[in-house]
Write a protein that binds this ligand. Structure first.
Ligand code: DGP
Length: 126
């Protein structure tokens, strides 16, 4: 079954400039901006500019240029927010919700970069 991309999703509208965002970083293929409902002092979303629904969609179908750009953008965001563990920062967590069980709210691939406080263990018991 092919991935069906809804071009009316909120991040597609942000990419088209129809909805404002607080941009942290923009590159050729990626955009990073502050999450509107931050769950930590630093909570940044990194999205590809291409029409990908989920992380697996992006990882399997994006070009190498898009994947490299996105991966570097995540690294740059960690640097911009001062969270790099190797550079005196206290670290960060990456989360990418995909689909129903992960409760993905926005059907445009994104990675949450969360930092700025102790984040606890990865998952609460189900
Ligand atoms: P999820 O799809 O569950 O991984 O999370 C989507 C995130 O997107 C959620 O943390 C809230 C954020 N969000 C939803 N709408 C907007 C918006 O219009 N602007 C911004 N900056 N973030 C949004």
């Amino acid at each position: 079954m092919a991935y069906a991309y809804d071009d009316q999703n909120i991040f597609a509208r942000i990419l088209r400039g129809e909805i404002p965002n607080k941009t942290v970083l923009e590159t050729e293929h990626s955009l990073a901006f502050h999450d509107v409902r931050p769950q930590a002092p630093d909570h940044v979303l990194v999205i590809p500019k291409g029409a990908y629904v989920t992380y697996d969609h992006f990882a399997l179908e994006a070009s190498e240029a898009e994947i490299v750009d996105f991966t570097r953008a995540v690294g740059e965001v960690a640097k911009i927010i001062g969270a790099q563990p190797g550079e005196g920062g206290k670290g960060f967590r990456l989360i990418s919700n995909a689909g129903e069980h992960a409760i993905q709210e926005v059907p445009h691939m994104h990675v949450h970069v969360i930092a700025g406080r102790p984040l606890g263990r990865l998952l609460e018991p189900a």
